[in-house]
Design a protein around this ligand. Sequence first.
Ligand code: NAP
Length: 432
Amino acid sequence: MKGPSVVIIGSGPGAFYAAESISKKLNSDIDIIDRLPTPFGLIRGGVAPDHQTTKKISLAYTKTAKKDQVCFFGNIEIGKDILIEELRKIYDVTILAIGSELDNKLEIKGSDLKGVHGSAEFVGWYNGHPDYVNLDPNLNTNNIVVIGNGNVAIDIVRVLSKTSEEMLESDIPEYALNSINKSPTQNLYIVGRRGPVQAKFTNVELREMGNLKNCLPIVNNLDLPHELEGDFSDRDRRLIEKNLETLKRFSSIEKRNKEKKLNFIFFHKPIEIIGNEKVKSIKFEKIKLEDNELKNTGEITEINCGLVIAAIGYKPKDIPGLKISNGVVENKNGKIDTGFYAVGWIKRGPTGVIGTNKADGELIADLTSKEFKKQNKDGRKLLIKLIKSKNLKPTSFEDWEKIDSYEKKNAIDPTPRKKILTIKEMLNLCKI
Ligand code: NAP
């Protein structure tokens, strides 16, 4: 007996873990739809280009995509080409896996100046994401300020401070690599409004900053606590202690002559970006933490810089038919409505690592198998009809494999791939 027809909107980690879990539990047709002609979401467009081992998770997703049950439809934008309501009419189960693709904005004066970017666009730029290849950030500056103390902020400062030799095995596009190499930047600042204890870096990522050829991490010893006070779970305590140990080591590194310095600035909240059209500097107010609340001290610091990147988290795009509140779609344990579920960042907000999505997928597979026993709606057949009637031009997983092998063939060893940068070129290659 055929299981319920399933459609998943989005093709990042959340989507693939859901597809894999459902395919193991149910004899369902599972269709995965993405706005881009290429699959894998943040694995291709978000994970840093020098972290190729992390990107290898796409090999597991490829196995899922190649299952007989699973079918990929790229180059279709849900909410524009096809509405969510249209999908729900033709599928038993609709799963939202659209992530949080928009930047949280710095709500301070000057944040609209040229030279201020959110991390989604900046990371998209150095990852060759078709939406951001023309961003043209101003790297012709001595100082760059990155706001935020999470892994995205660390990714950004690392990519900006590695030498081209250190980026050899990455798939960073040539334009971004050239722009970073030509940049005269000497000082990178990574600024957190809270302290080292509250920083959200994972330790592997933080440690890496101490091993770079041409960049020296600088930490003010006075920002580090003598002892870790407060109530933490054992796990959190271990993680924080590891980070504090790493930062302590950074604070005592002998000041060798390296071209770039990465300055860790804690307890400073951004208050204004100054400039006339373009950013010239950014002002911070020193804060004190009292019961984890930010308390102003009135002490102001200004850093001259030509580029500010706000790595302060993400929010989802508004799609007709969705009720978004507090950065997630309204849902109860992943259930939005009967036959309508959510996984990943759109369900629980932009937190956790790639593997965190696995549990979301398993939960939805459980729910689906409990609530639906058999196929009632003819999903895929009707989708193909709808696509034809709207004259849409989807890419298939085989098309992606053409793009994938073309990108790999065009790369010079040891670079893993030379990314195609426009949707038009991708579609041309697939003769679409
Ligand atoms: P994040 O970990 O939530 O960090 C966001 C940072 O922005 C926090 O330090 C936060 O400070 C700060 N912030 C928020 N609003 C601010 C404001 N108005 N002004 C100043 N600072 C502000 O988010 P993320 O770095 O975007 O990462 C998203 C998720 O992806 C995380 O779960 C992360 O671990 C994951 N990720 C993992 C990797 C990896 O494993 N290698 C790489 C990239 C991303 P407060 O703490 O004070 O709010």
